[in-house]
Design a protein around this ligand. Structure first.
Ligand SMILES: Cc1cc2nc3c(=O)[nH]c(=O)nc-3n(C[C@H](O)[C@H](O)[C@H](O)COP(=O)(O)OP(=O)(O)OC[C@H]3O[C@@H](n4cnc5c(N)ncnc54)[C@H](O)[C@@H]3O)c2cc1C
Length: 431
């Protein structure tokens, strides 16, 4: 069967979705000489950045170490985790190195290395002679997949109404938490709202008061109170700059908006009156709805957090959701899910990008014959199921229970366990 072929035959992988998961798979597979075609539905040649932050976990760092040939810094290091009380005093701190990057820097680094896209972030390295083909097609919305002889045919449509199809040996669904590939093969799996949203944004570190800049400088900072959790960290700024003064403070502010409530309708209805289902993009928030949130932030948050929330110019909102597929493999291995299409984690896990990077790396190892099929499946499904459940538990405890600070600290420290040290229970690795 398709994914049991470990002989050196050159395969053609069709990758659905050209965000971090799809690019990670493309990079890992072309590096071992296979051909790859990415189909991305977005009508523009590069994805539009939200400019927000990513905590670069172990697998993300390992991925860049292995596949990134652009010579530039990829992250800002945070040296300490700290918790504030309502008055802004540090009530708990721990020394801990963590690497924070931005979604757009990660994206442009991957594009430079995958299909040679030059940007203000980085210049593309010259291709390696042993690389497989790397094609990126934007404005290709995948609508259907069908088995076709030894391979699979993928059908797409463009925004101008053109239609076509392409055949590959193996299809990789890297099309995110609302995955079309997953819906076609596993229609019963639904994405469910978790009862709260993440209000997100960034602000340049040189545009805030000195005291607030000092609070957040190279520290990962948190505040908890009933139904609220906010965290902030520094990320690279414009064009990925990590220079002092150019960096951005990135915040994620979780707050409860019960399903069906007028508050949820208000925050998810954009400035033109359109109800957004899951993401309110930057620049689209209704100014009146956001003004209310700024007022609430001033009442509930310690001053440094209130300052950055109120100061952000282009906030965006993400409804927190849960989704997981029962398996990562369909049509006898001819279709494989990776990243958010396999399991959409709650952001508290800080593991979504690491999952995408890990899934891509171990899949390439499996295709190359370096790991067995059993190991590939157990490791991938173990990570997906165990971390997805951890995110649900963490989020529910944080948003819907009234816990002492020690419990939040404990949950967060558990979430920082390196993947290699995780011990997955049997239910997570059952295949
Ligand atoms: C534009 C964008 C900005 C993001 N910004 C941040 C951020 O700032 N911070 C953060 O923590 N996370 C961000 N994320 C999410 C983050 O990329 C993921 O959580 C994680 O990296 C796993 O990525 P993924 O590739 O599996 O899924 P996703 O990043 O969700 O990507 C899925 C991709 O598939 C494409 N797609 C979906 N359906 C189809 C279809 N039918 N045919 C073709 N293509 C399809 C989508 O357009 C998207 O590009 C962002 C995602 C996107 C798409």
């Amino acid at each position: 069967m398709a994914t049991q072929m470990h002989e050196k035959k050159k395969l053609h992988f069709i990758i659905v979705g050209g965000s971090l998961g799809g690019l990670a798979a493309g990079l890992a597979l072309k590096a071992i000489g296979h051909d790859t075609t990415i189909l991305e539905r977005n009508p523009t040649p590069v994805l539009e950045e939200q400019g927000a932050g990513i905590v670069a976990g172990g697998d993300t760092l390992q991925f860049f170490k292995k596949y990134n040939r652009c010579d530039r810094p990829i992250a800002v290091t945070s040296h300490r985790r700290q918790y504030l009380d309502r008055d802004g005093n540090v009530v708990h701190k721990e020394d801990m190195e963590q690497n924070m990057t931005s979604w757009d820097l990660a994206y442009f680094l991957m594009r430079a290395n995958y299909d040679g896209i030059n940007s203000e972030h980085c210049k593309a390295p010259s291709p390696e002679a042993t690389d497989g083909m790397a094609i990126h097609l934007h404005d290709h919305n995948v609508t259907e997949i069908k088995e076709d002889g030894q391979g699979v045919r993928v059908f797409w449509k463009t925004s101008r109404g053109e239609e076509g199809s392409i055949v590959g040996d193996i299809i990789i669904g890297a099309d995110g938490p609302s995955s079309t590939v997953r819906k076609l093969l596993q229609p019963g799996v639904e994405r469910a709202y978790a009862g709260y949203c993440a209000l997100r944004g960034t602000i340049r570190e040189d545009s805030i008061s000195e005291a607030t800049r000092e609070t957040f400088s190279e520290r990962f900072t948190f505040f908890h109170c009933r139904g609220v959790q906010i965290l902030a960290y520094l990320i690279p700024g414009r064009n990925g700059s990590v220079d002092r003064g150019q960096r951005l403070i990135n915040f994620v502010y979780y707050t409860n908006f019960p399903e069906g409530s007028p508050e949820l309708e208000e925050i998810m209805t954009d400035k033109h009156g359109k109800r957004r289902l899951i993401t309110m993009p930057p620049g689209m928030t209704d100014p009146n709805a956001w003004e209310k949130q700024r007022q609430v932030a001033r009442e509930r948050l310690p001053q440094p957090f209130a300052e950055i929330v109120c100061g952000t110019k282009t906030p965006f909102v993400q409804a927190v959701t849960d989704v997981i597929s029962p398996t990562n493999e369909y049509l006898n291995g001819k279709v494989v899910l990776i990243g958010d299409s396999l399991a959409g984690f709650r952001p508290h896990t800080v593991a979504s990008t690491s999952q995408a990077a890990f899934d891509a790396m171990i899949f390439a190892d499996y295709i190359e014959g370096k790991v067995s099929k059993e190991k590939w499946k157990k490791e991938t499904m173990g990570f997906a199921r165990y971390i997805q459940k951890r995110g649900v538990d963490m989020g529910n405890r944080s948003q819907h229970e009234d816990l002492p600070l020690e419990e939040h600290i404990h949950d967060r420290n558990v979430a920082s366990t390196p993947r290699e040290k995780e011990v997955y229970p049997d239910w997570a690795t059952a295949i």
